[in-house]
Design a binder for this molecule. Structure first.
Ligand code: GAF
Length: 384
């Protein structure tokens, strides 16, 4: 948690003026439902108590001036000349500005200060949090009258156009719409959603960060998405009503995809089955059946690793290691994959022992630090 006072003080030092608004937009976890969002399926995320903080104020000229605490770096651009840039971090902000201007928003120049405690590259959606913090802050600063859901959609488009990742809506939606103590079941087809209390009793959610981020992650992500779309096209030849994998069954894949392209078949089947696992997990959560919930997490990991092929040896190792402990009900890789964190459903009283045992083994094996992160389901984007 970063104190509002801290953000205010740093804004004053960096820009020599007063911020007019400070916005907090959180990172997210996802209990289950991976790579389903861009297939019009379901996801079960929630925001966490780690967030991006943005402080903004208008300027008298047409300049946009940014400062990122993490990189100790300024970036400046004219409002009328917004374009993607080589350096990574400004793109998440510029992409949002670009989308707002495409929608006809009348923006002026402004200063924007960014800080945050969402670990970068850990698969906790720090980029979505930055996009949503920016969208929310500009909405209040320029009185744009955007709904929360518009802010999520704008963030997603910014990711497509300025970060080059054809992501689904999960991360941005979770960042803006989450409710403390709950998970959000989102239907990514029509964006209808419901909140379910995350009541885990003696158990807790523990994240284990591999501290790995493979550089090919975004191209592999886009390839997976393309494979899903190709599968839908094959089914569509026989079922014209099928518009996404949401409309497709395993039988249809068996009949119309398997013999044509085995790899596309396996990827698509994973997605169809992952929606089924999500529904089973939601039911288990409602019934308080945490053992069943945990089993679905382990199954999801097998699918992500062996079928969808978005895991890596570090993630597989972490899931295999915890599997033998009766105090760990479930574990799987979380998010896009190729690094980042595993999400673990662990007996609260066992967490520290697990971390103590696992850390030296992981570090010895991979020569990388292992970071354990305890998270609390939190509210979505807010004005501080
Ligand atoms: C990333 C994407 F940004 C999400 O939209 C989602 O597809 C996720 O990977 C995988 O479930 O976080």
């Amino acid at each position: 948690m970063i104190a509002k006072q801290n953000v205010e003080n740093r804004y004053r030092e960096v820009f020599e003026g007063e911020p007019s608004h400070i916005v907090r937009s959180p990172g997210r976890i996802n209990i289950i439902g991976e790579h389903t969002d861009y297939n019009e399926g379901f996801v079960l995320p929630t925001a966490i108590d780690k967030a991006i903080y943005v402080a903004v104020a208008k300027r008298d000229d047409d300049i946009i001036r940014l400062y990122a605490e993490d990189f100790n770096a300024y970036f400046e651009i004219a409002r009328t000349e917004i374009h993607p840039v080589e350096i990574g971090w400004p793109n998440y902000i510029l992409g949002v500005i670009h989308q707002l201007q495409l929608r006809g928003a009348r923006l002026g120049g402004f200063n924007l200060y960014v800080n945050g405690d969402v670990p970068l590259g850990a698969g906790l959606s720090s980029s979505a949090a930055l996009e949503c913090a920016t969208g929310y802050a500009l909405n209040v600063l320029f009185d744009l009258q955007l709904e929360r859901v518009d802010i999520a959609k704008i963030g997603q488009l910014a990711e497509h156009t300025y970060a080059g990742v054809n992501c689904g809506i999960m991360d941005q939606f979770a960042s803006v719409m989450s409710k403390a103590g709950h998970v959000l079941k989102l239907d990514c087809r029509d964006l209808s959603f419901s909140y379910t209390p995350l009541e885990l009793g003696d158990y807790a959610i523990l994240l284990l960060n591999t501290n790995v981020k493979h550089s090919l992650a975004s191209s592999a992500y886009n390839n997976r998405r393309a494979a899903c779309e190709a599968g839908v096209q094959l089914v569509k030849q026989h079922h014209p009503e099928a518009n996404s994998l949401r409309d497709v069954t395993v039988d249809m894949l068996d009949n119309f995809v398997k013999s044509i392209d085995e790899d596309i078949y396996t990827k698509c089947r994973f997605v169809v089955e992952e929606n089924g696992r999500l529904n089973a997990a939601c039911e288990a959560l409602k019934q308080g059946d945490l053992e069943e919930l945990g089993k679905q997490l382990f199954r999801a990991h097998e699918g992500l690793s062996e079928e969808y092929e978005v895991s890596c040896s570090e993630l597989d190792f972490l899931v295999d290691y915890v599997r033998v402990f009766p105090e760990v009900l479930g574990a799987r890789m979380m998010g896009g994959g190729f690094g980042g964190c595993t999400i673990n459903l662990v007996k609260r009283s066992f967490q520290d022992l697990l971390i103590d045992r696992l850390t030296p083994v992981y570090e010895e094996k991979f020569g990388l630090p292992l970071t354990a992160i305890k998270v609390v389901p939190s509210n979505g984007t807010e004005l501080l």
